[in-house]
Design a binder for this molecule. Structure first.
Ligand SMILES: Nc1ncnc2c1ncn2[C@@H]1O[C@H](COP(=O)(O)OP(=O)(O)OP(=O)(O)O)[C@@H](O)[C@H]1O
Length: 270
């Protein structure tokens, strides 16, 4: 198991959710959910099916507008900010459904994102030097996400796991302060998941990461803290050890297919 460095209980708050309620008609998908995520923390959101994880993720990413409540990032209220404007405040999301250009090369995918960021960062554009800098930055990012040597391949030729790595590279090009990962390990092999975990654990210490993930091995490997939702309510937030030992969490998961994964370290039982 990884050592999960900073528990992040002190220091500035990066993301603050104030009494988030989401109703779909008569169904309350989220009921006054409130918690803070300290800057630099890796926070996982887990819970049984239908707990409200995706809905909550969408509220932070901007794809869902809460019925009531507020989303505060670095002190700014972004509740009403449309999804495409959240990048301006440093909130970058990788969604489950890939946003890559599959016919373009791996390098071009990252280069586009780097160029987009540069245009936002600089009012004027210096084509000759800027392009070289952007190429260098793209190569750096591809090395960071483990895709050095794959630059010339079309993104569509990558394995599923490599595509997810590339998506993270594209997201990092935008220099997020808060990185939102929507089930990053979905469809990955154990080896790909292990590489992804290493990649996330190696992100800059000041970057806040919020992820929704069903793969509890990954969650327990990289989360500094875990927030558990159940039936639209916040059940608890705590360290991996606290959450695994929590009887309310155990009850919430009873009957769920992944209950064994939650309570027993599979490496211990092998
Ligand atoms: N667009 C929608 N319209 C109506 N009900 C919805 C909508 N989206 C989600 N729900 C309902 O809201 C509740 C929470 O759903 P959500 O997808 O957020 O849960 P989840 O924890 O992500 O579940 P899963 O683990 O199965 O993905 C569920 O009862 C779901 O059926």
């Amino acid at each position: 198991m990884a050592s999960n460095g900073a528990s992040g209980m002190s220091g500035p708050i990066a993301v603050s959710l104030h009494d988030i309620t989401v109703r779909f008609g008569r169904l309350t998908a989220l009921d006054s959910v409130a918690f803070d995520v300290p800057a630099g923390q890796h926070r996982a959101i887990i819970g049984p099916n239908g707990a409200g994880k995706s809905t909550l993720f969408g509220v932070v990413a901007g794809t869902h507008r809460p019925t009531s409540g507020r989303v505060i990032v670095d002190g700014d209220d972004i509740t009403s900010l449309p999804v495409h404007r959240r990048a301006d405040v440093g909130v970058i999301t990788t969604f489950q459904h890939s946003s890559l250009f599959l016919r373009e090369t791996v390098l071009e995918n990252v280069l586009l994102a780097v160029a987009r960021k540069a245009r936002v960062a600089h009012r004027w554009f210096r084509p000759a030097t800027a392009y070289r800098e952007q190429l260098e930055r793209s190569a750096e990012l591809l090395a960071q996400v483990g895709l050095a040597g794959r630059e010339a391949l079309p993104a569509g030729a990558l394995s599923h796991g490599e595509r997810r790595q590339l998506e993270v590279g594209v997201a990092l090009a935008a220099e997020p302060r808060v990185l939102l990962l929507d089930e990053p390990a979905a469809g990955m092999s154990p080896a790909e998941t292990a590489r992804l975990s290493e990649l996330i654990r190696g992100l800059p210490a000041e970057m806040t990461v919020l992820l929704v993930e069903h793969d509890l091995d990954l969650v327990f490997d990289l989360a500094h803290e875990v927030t558990v939702l159940h039936l639209g309510q916040l059940l608890t937030t705590g360290s991996v050890a606290q959450v695994r030992a929590n009887e309310d969490v155990q009850r919430a998961y009873l009957g769920a297919a992944d209950v064994d994964e939650l309570f027993f370290d599979r490496e211990e039982t092998r």
